[in-house]
Design a protein around this ligand. Structure first.
Ligand code: IFM
Length: 449
């Protein structure tokens, strides 16, 4: 593919539309024992054989902790407006709640360099690397963890000050609550649906407490929350499959969005699964539903769903569809559908696409990586965002996941989501064709900065 095609008057060509690339601390930094960094739940989870493919761990990842200067230069060369990164809580705060200045200095230098290059930082405060010492007191099942998160947010916002103009409190609480506490394939590896929703409630409470702190300590910053979402398509036209598709959406999308925008959990879900209802204390929902400046949406694919006697909802792979190396269907229309549907159901704040991308079976051949499928994926999903905007949805930005190949959680290093190829043995970075395409598109925006 030579170039990304979008209508000449597309909002995506406007300089006010933000383009960026995204990463997360545990996935790229490595250096898990450097400069007083404490263990996180993901270090502990990786240490148990069988939890992560090939026994992979957070080492070496992309060794970004030591190679950040080159990586920021790479980001600059992509011509993006913004870089979405996350702060590692166990790197910047000691067990007794004091600042770890060495860890903080890493982020300060990185943020300063971004600023020098005129790249706006979009900082996620929690992308799943909970300090292990908090897990030993119950982790997200312990309500107190939400208050410890608030202390951490306070420390970060005071220390980083005006270096950050946009904060996201949490990344994808559905994943950390449900995959971590119900399905058990993510840290901390629990398998209890009721506990998962309780963990989810405490995460949303942490979001609310974090927002409160950001408003008082970083009043100039934009602040919001990042959710992973996808629309569900019923497996057939039968009413029971259609109901299952809606319940699935209530479970994943609305259970995390409705409390934030409307101060309540989806009644449909609570009625169907009363045994999963979390314990909510007076004032919680008010905290959770305070105004946000944006909602970040991470979109990868849709779900095909049918009714299942036992659990009501059963997910399937789409038949005969194009899939990625992860087996996820390539379905750009789902992004337009999702955005238009959310816009019809809620009074939304501005939206940002905070992650979108795909795992590819990428290979380095003579210094090039021909990730043709990712090029097409990028084109079709940018078009999908354009289409949603044309239908009236207020989308302000798009971040590609990910800047570079990295540690893909339970899949270890076996899945490559990057626009930049990483050779983990040599730590050499190589721009894939998709990175060239993206950089080219951004350079040629008629009104680009
Ligand atoms: O790599 C993850 C990321 O950490 C969160 N969103 C989905 C990505 C791909 O699975």
């Amino acid at each position: 593919m030579q170039r990304i095609e979008l209508p000449p008057a597309s909002r995506l060509r406007d300089p006010s539309f933000t383009f960026g690339v995204a990463t997360a601390s545990f996935q790229v930094e490595g250096a898990t024992q450097a400069d007083g960094r404490l263990p996180s739940i993901w270090d502990a989870f990786c240490a148990t054989p069988g939890n992560v493919k090939n026994g992979d761990t957070g080492m070496p990842a992309c060794d970004h902790y030591h190679r950040w200067q080159d990586d920021v230069a790479l980001i600059r060369d992509l011509n993006v407006d913004a870089y979405r990164l996350s702060i590692a809580w166990p790197r910047v705060m000691t067990q007794d709640g004091q600042p770890n200045h060495k860890g903080l200095d890493f982020y300060k230098q990185l943020l300063d360099r971004l600023r020098e290059y005129d790249i706006r930082p979009f900082v996620t405060l929690y992308h799943w690397d909970l300090p292990q010492h908090l897990q030993e007191h119950g982790g997200w099942l312990n309500r107190d963890t939400a208050y410890r998160f608030q202390d951490y947010v306070s420390l970060v916002s005071r220390e980083l000050g005006e270096r950050v103009d946009t904060y996201a409190t949490l990344n994808e609480p559905w994943v950390s609550a449900i995959l971590g506490h119900e399905v058990g394939i993510h840290a901390p590896g629990m398998t209890d649906a009721r506990l998962a929703r309780q963990a989810g409630h405490h995460m949303l409470l942490a979001h609310g407490l974090g927002m409160q702190t950001l408003r008082s300590e970083a009043p100039e910053a934009q602040a919001g929350l990042v959710l992973n979402m996808g629309p569900n398509t019923p497996n057939s036209q039968r009413y029971d499959d259609r109901v299952a598709a809606l319940i699935g959406e209530a479970s994943m999308n609305h259970w995390f969005l409705e409390p934030v925008l409307e101060g309540r959990y989806p009644e449909l879900y609570t009625r169907l699964y009363p045994e999963q209802a979390p314990r909510i204390l007076p004032g919680d929902m008010e905290l959770i539903s305070q105004p946000v400046n944006f909602i970040g949406i991470n979109y990868y694919t849709r779900g095909i769903v049918s009714y299942d006697n036992e659990h009501w909802v059963k997910g399937h792979a789409a038949k005969d569809a194009e899939v990625t190396d992860f087996g996820w269907e390539v379905y750009p229309q789902g992004l337009t559908d999702l955005l238009v549907d959310l816009d019809a159901q809620y009074t939304l704040p501005p939206l940002m696409i905070t992650e979108n991308g795909m795992a590819g079976d990428d290979h380095l051949e003579q210094d090039r990586v021909h990730d043709e499928q990712r090029c097409r994926y990028l084109q079709s999903h940018l078009q999908a965002v354009h289409d949603a905007i044309e239908q009236g949805v207020d989308v302000r930005g798009y971040f590609a996941w990910s800047l570079m190949d990295n540690f893909e959680w339970a899949e270890g290093y076996s899945k490559r989501f990057g626009m930049v190829y990483v050779d983990y043995a040599t730590q050499q970075r190589t721009l894939k064709d998709s990175a060239r395409l993206f950089a080219d598109f951004l350079r040629q925006r008629p009104t680009s900065r």
